[in-house]
Design a protein around this ligand. Structure first.
Ligand code: RB5
Length: 152
């Protein structure tokens, strides 16, 4: 069963500071933060961290994942390779809301070199306060899952 109050956070070396700022921000809202690092600025590889966070969401250990790299793109691509993950890169609050409402995203990716801290926190809030609308969107999400099954 999915832990409804747990969010995994991960990043590559580029985004450690913003990741920690987001961790404090959402912890203050009552979320249980599972921050899986890294903690040093030593150069690392975003696929490793995207996959690690995605596995915790796919297994049900965490309800959501928030991942970051320089652009948000590479770590998002890695996360989306894990079955059951729907991760969108968001650089605006409208997309962050819609990716939950229409796509039932379970992970959010941010680019530390794209958005500033204030916008990043607003994007996180938009993502976490929106809900999946279901209805016609449910069938489309199921179609994504069918594609996922076919790819494996
Ligand atoms: C690291 O320099 C950078 O390539 C990475 O953070 C990310 O932007 C990749 O998508």
């Amino acid at each position: 069963m999915t832990a409804t109050n747990r969010i995994v956070l991960s990043s590559d070396h580029a985004a450690i500071d913003l990741r920690q700022t987001i961790a404090s921000h959402i912890a203050a809202q009552g979320w249980v933060v599972v921050d899986i690092g890294p903690t040093t600025a030593e150069s690392t590889h975003y696929p490793t961290h995207g996959e690690a966070a995605a596995q915790l969401v796919a297994s049900g250990d965490c309800r959501f994942g928030i991942i970051l790299c320089g652009t948000g793109q590479g770590i998002m691509m890695a996360a989306n390779k894990i079955k059951g993950i729907r991760c969108g890169v968001c650089g605006d609050t409208f997309s962050a809301r819609m990716v939950r409402q229409h796509n039932d995203a379970n992970m959010l990716s941010l680019g530390v070199r794209v958005v500033g801290e204030g916008l990043a926190l607003d994007i996180v809030d938009a993502f976490l306060t929106a809900s999946f609308e279901g209805g016609r969107h449910a069938m489309r999400v199921e179609m994504i899952e069918t594609l996922e099954g076919r790819a494996r």
